[in-house]
Write a protein that binds this ligand. Structure first.
Ligand code: ARG
Length: 467
């Protein structure tokens, strides 16, 4: 029997002809999974140490392997490493190079291990590191959001329902609503990390191995909380990737909602905020344009992350136990989700502290939109009117305001009294924007006093996070 190309020497014995060249390219993953090289080496180091500790490798073999892995890592970091498609994936590229460098001892590294538990370990390590960076970026964005909120506990703007002016709120309250979305995202990220942080190493191909391996040892060395408990599940489970992508899809959904508001607010029609030029671009034809490209792009990037979530769900649907080659398709969605989330968070964490609210315009918009109409109704209820009747009275007053283009607060007492004799001079206290927000003075309400306290609590919650 003839010896075939390099790659086939890893399983070549059984094969009578070399892999078709196109099939080789089609089935290879090294183009994208080389991104896990460091994780792969980290996993191999732990495995080699463990094999030595249980007497499968000698101390000398262990030292040779670790030294070889050092050299491989240096080659990769220096960009000298020759990645080869014939060696299919990151795992076989590294192992083959190790063997080139240190000789036959390199071939012993794979004892008691399979690429199936190896790749499952690598992805978990890779994703865990990404989760930690994402957690920091998310915290940075939250801090910027809360700090901006704390500076705008008295900045009045219209609150909207149906994108129609509803009631006045303070800008800080709106920003802290964003922060609540992000706070839940952070919680989901941490939950995902906890379930991910178990070591599949030792499951081998699917059934475990005949060597006296110590799974606790490798789990501990790799910073996992514990080994996974079932070998079949260990090599086939990708739930953690799906959980990560669902965290990401929801986070991106939130960022898209924030983006949408930023885009609206920077428009000439709203004119609520200014974004510094460095987050915007111009138009090649319309000299007046300053486009909010960063929030627009983040809003657009939700699409690909939602797509990756659906890809992974579909990838796993109906897969029989245990490992299937289908699973190689998990990498690109995971990697692109990581990159998209990190890029979007970075852009937002840089941009939010730089948002400049135009207080006058916000206030003017709140004043124009009859936003204190509910306050007038509540006032009449306090004077003894049933709420439905009060609603009716205020509706007529607003109708008059629309006809005459006057806000409630700008009508004379006599005018207001045409709609209800219960209205007295003290009505103007509730018709002012400041009176309106200050009156919503309870947990979760928009009273400046409450918003100041909420900002403080939110910041404390951030400080309690373990980095
Ligand atoms: N490149 C493969 C993957 O990403 C590694 C595992 C291959 N295992 C196998 N039995 N073919 O899933």
């Amino acid at each position: 029997m003839s010896k075939h190309k390099d790659s086939n020497t890893l399983w070549g014995g059984r094969f009578a002809e070399p892999t078709d060249q196109f099939v080789q390219r089609f089935t290879a993953s090294v183009q994208f999974d080389q991104r896990m090289a460091q994780d792969d080496i980290q996993g191999s180091r732990a495995h080699a140490d463990m094999l030595c500790a249980v007497g499968v490798l000698t101390e000398d073999e262990r030292t040779q392997i670790q030294g070889g892995l050092d050299r491989v890592l240096t080659e990769i970091e220096d960009g000298q490493f020759q990645w080869s498609i014939e060696r299919e994936d990151v795992h076989m590229n590294i192992e083959a190079r190790l063997t080139e460098l240190i000789g036959n001892t390199g071939k012993k590294l794979h004892t008691g291990r399979s690429r199936n538990d190896q790749v499952a370990t690598d992805i978990r390590l890779h994703l865990r590191a990404a989760i930690d960076v994402i957690g920091l970026e998310l915290t940075r964005l939250q801090r910027g959001t809360i700090e901006l909120a704390a500076n705008h506990c008295d900045t009045i703007m219209p609150g909207f329902t149906h994108l129609q002016t509803a009631q006045p709120v303070v800008f800080g309250h709106h920003l802290l609503a964003w922060n609540e979305m992000l706070e839940r995202d952070y919680g989901r990220l941490i939950d995902c990390r906890a379930r991910l942080n178990q070591s599949p190493l030792g499951a081998a191909a699917l059934a475990g191995t005949t060597y006296p391996i110590d799974r606790e040892m490798t789990a501990h060395a790799l910073g996992f909380d514990r080994p996974t408990v079932n070998s079949l599940d260990s090599v086939s489970d990708r739930d953690f990737a799906i959980e990560f992508c669902s965290f990401a899809a929801l986070l991106m959904t939130h960022l898209s909602r924030m983006s949408e508001e930023l885009v609206l607010w920077t428009s000439a029609q709203f004119n609520f905020i200014a974004l510094p030029d460095r987050f915007c671009t111009g138009s090649s034809i319309m000299p007046q344009k300053k486009n909010p490209d960063v929030p627009e792009l983040v809003r657009g990037k939700v699409g690909r992350v939602n797509g990756h979530l659906v890809s992974l769900l579909t990838l796993m649907k109906s897969q029989p136990l245990a490992y299937n080659k289908d699973n190689q398709e998990d990498k690109e969605p995971i990697f692109d989700t990581i990159d998209t989330v990190l890029g979007s968070l970075r852009a937002f964490a840089d941009m939010i502290p730089a948002v400049v609210p135009r207080k006058e315009q916000m206030r003017e918009a709140a004043r124009r939109g009859f936003s204190t109409a509910t306050d007038l109704a509540d006032y009449l209820v306090r004077k003894g009117l049933p709420f439905r009747d009060a609603h009716e009275v205020v509706g007529m007053a607003v109708g008059h305001g629309v006809e005459t283009d006057t806000d409630l607060a700008d009508m004379s007492l006599a005018t207001l009294q045409q709609f209800s004799a219960d209205i007295e001079a003290d009505v103007f206290d509730v018709l002012t924007l400041e009176g309106s927000v200050a009156a919503r003075d309870h947990l979760g309400g928009t009273a400046p006093r409450q918003v100041r306290a909420a900002a403080k609590t939110a910041l404390q919650r951030l400080e309690e996070r373990t980095p």
